[in-house]
Design a protein around this ligand. Structure first.
Ligand SMILES: C[S@@+](CC[C@H](N)C(=O)[O-])C[C@H]1O[C@@H](n2cnc3c(N)ncnc32)[C@H](O)[C@@H]1O
Length: 263
């Protein structure tokens, strides 16, 4: 996706870009658009403008790097709009909530989002907030990478009817992204009740319905234990630095056999 690509398709559009070079590129690509240079959250917290629609590909800045005043303002404005994000939330989540607050009643928005929306803990306050403010909230999971050059998988989010309320998340799982002129046909509707019962995670719905039904049947079978009941899976990373014992202070060793002298 190149800067200004969305705006170039919509004559009377407004864009906000913090990076001056990207903003300049976007102005070249979308000369009819009004492009503000600066921090989106500062602009959003001050503007009285309201819009029929919004589209975007927000920055996927992880919580470790999404910090300082920008983060504080982002979370403050998002909280005012009904979404309280914890310290682990990446930048894209408040971008979506704050954008929604810039819509006119009945407004709609479409975003490229990281697949984390399907499992991250902070996706819960985001989707709760969107469902509390839109008539329809739809998530499109895409199995193939949307951006092969990125480590992150990306999905699509469609929200319409700002000011309404949704009791379910519309769902569609695609093998790969193909261009379409509007929101895809959402074959499935996941009630908020079912989503909450699944720990506010959408990822399981990527499974084919038969696999999901089998999973549920197994999970309900007496004697079947969930992995989390017997083990704990943590996020770790492999450094390859296997000769880790150099890191420990050398223990006195036997002068003869070099064996460690155990006290
Ligand atoms: C994933 S890229 C999207 C680029 C392009 N505009 C598009 O829609 O495809 C995210 C863009 O957001 C910009 N950005 C990051 N933080 C921002 C902020 N606080 N306010 C405005 N723009 C920001 C980055 O400079 C980057 O150009």
């Amino acid at each position: 996706m190149r800067d200004g690509q969305f705006l170039s398709l919509h004559r009377r559009s407004v864009g906000i870009e913090v990076d001056a070079e990207n903003a300049a590129r976007a102005r070249l690509r979308a000369p009819s658009a009004l492009i503000h240079s600066g921090d989106f959250f500062t602009w959003a917290s001050r503007t009285d403008e309201r819009f029929e629609a919004a589209v975007g590909n927000p920055p996927f800045i992880r919580y470790q790097l999404f910090s300082g005043d920008v983060r504080e303002l982002a979370n403050k404005v998002a909280s005012r709009l009904g979404a309280d994000f914890n310290g682990l939330s990446s930048s894209w989540a408040p971008f979506l909530v704050v954008t929604s607050g810039l819509l006119k009643p009945g407004g709609r928005m479409a975003f490229v989002v990281p697949a984390e929306i399907g499992h991250a803990t902070y996706a819960a306050p985001l989707l709760e907030c969107l469902c509390a403010n839109f008539t329809q909230v739809g998530v499109v999971a895409i199995r193939d990478k949307l951006f092969p050059e990125l480590s992150e998988d990306a999905w699509l989010l469609y929200c319409s009817g700002y000011g309404g309320r949704a009791e379910a998340i519309k769902w569609c799982a695609l093998e790969r992204f193909t261009e379409f002129s509007g929101p895809p046909k959402f074959e499935q509707s996941i009630s908020l009740e079912e989503w909450r019962a699944a720990g506010c995670r959408l990822r399981r719905f990527v499974l084919a319905r038969r696999s999901l039904a089998l999973y549920k049947e197994l999970a309900a079978t007496p004697g079947v234990r969930r992995f989390a009941e017997v083990a704990h899976a943590g996020i770790g990373y492999v450094t390859g630095a296997n000769d880790f014992f150099h890191l420990r202070p050398a223990r006195p060793s036997c002068g003869i056999c070099r064996a460690a002298v155990c006290g």
